[in-house]
Design a protein around this ligand. Sequence first.
Ligand SMILES: *Cc1c(COP(=O)(O)O)cnc(C)c1O
Length: 463
Amino acid sequence: MEDDLRLFHDIATTLLKAEAENPVGPTIEAEAMNELLDLELTDQPLEEWQLRKSLEELVLNTPRTCTNKFFNQLFGGRNGKAVLGDLLAVLMNNSMYTYKVAGVQVGVEKEIIQKMNLLTGYGPLAGGTITPGASLANLMAMIMARDHFHHDIRNSGAIKGMVMYTSKESHYSIAKNASFMGIGREAVRYIDVDEIGRMNPEKLEIQIRKDKKSGFLPFMVNATAGTTVLGVFDPLEPIADICSKFNLWLHVDGAYGGSTIFSRSHRHLINAIERSDSFVLNAHKMLNTPMSCSILLVKNRKKLFRSFANDASYLYQTHDDEYNPGKTSLQCGRRNDALKLWTLWKYEGTDGLRNRVDKQFQLGNFARDFIRNHPDYSLHNHEEGLSVCFNYKDIPASWLCKELYEKEKALIGYGDFNGKEFIRLVTVNTNNEKEDILGLFKTIEEFVKSRQSKPLLRKKQVV
Ligand SMILES: *Cc1c(COP(=O)(O)O)cnc(C)c1O
């Protein structure tokens, strides 16, 4: 093991050096990877030095998602303390179902959930769990909402005609989850958004009334705090009013923007979160931990037990349910995803996490100001947030993003809203400074200029 830790250290050091030299990394054509890299598993074992070579080659030819040229999704950067916590979790290899096996790591998870529930304002009955991603946290929320609508569905199966509501800009996991949980994709009503992409509460109420009149059975609303493309926040106060009026479960999908509960400057965006029944946030997005760390908070932890507890005499042999988190999980064996966040939080304090979140909004504002003041750029979303959507010189965004990727200049993606396609810059990486944002704009400008003067030679080589 000691040798392997040294090997890890060597490979990690090599990677950090390579990232500093080329923050994007070589792009390998999907069809060519087996030819260019030694991926094949063979009958014969390798010598230690051969494995080292093989691993190094693999690591150096993998997309670099932790650098200042990665803006492609809603995560980015690398936090040393959080990585340290995650490495220790892997080393200890506890499974988070029982206190007997996870011991004080259960306390680590409980502490995170408790502190986040305080920030959310959920009150004394609150609970939660950590899931492998927000897509599955959304599924758990939908299942709790279903069981809240009728307690026996978990035994007798879904009732025909149950319907739920989400905005047209919400995450695709809602549709998939509706199919998994047996109500079907057609049970999802997509509510129109306003001109900046937020769910329109009047349209929501009209649709609910219409459905009830036609005999459908509304049971929940999913509101989004930080939509995947535009990064805007659905208005929680009027949506919560409607949910109270019609007795519907309110879940808030804050996978992207939910960490705004930490913000000093932008907490108002998520006001009324305490009126929801469940809420998910991804620490691997705005809090910059490694993938994945999704925290599902529930206002009444009894609902978690009701939907997810199951007896298993071969598993639960000691301790009270409160200390056996398997009783509130979708999974059986579960990775310790809490320790990376706990390590970061312990080291930086809540103040440090607040600073992280506030800085991301500042970087977003900085990028928007730059775009507004530059005649070659056009801005598509003016609201404060971490997604900055723009075009450069009317160049098709999809083409530009693909070229920047293939020519190893930057990893950045595109999106669309109201029929317009744009580049989406995400200012979620707190390691970045204003210069790094300017660096991206400069990369785009120089690339376009070079393309206009001479076609780039295709370079495909393994390092
Ligand atoms: C990222 C995202 C998700 C999915 O989260 P995973 O952790 O990738 O499963 C769900 N909803 C929203 C709004 C997101 O931005």
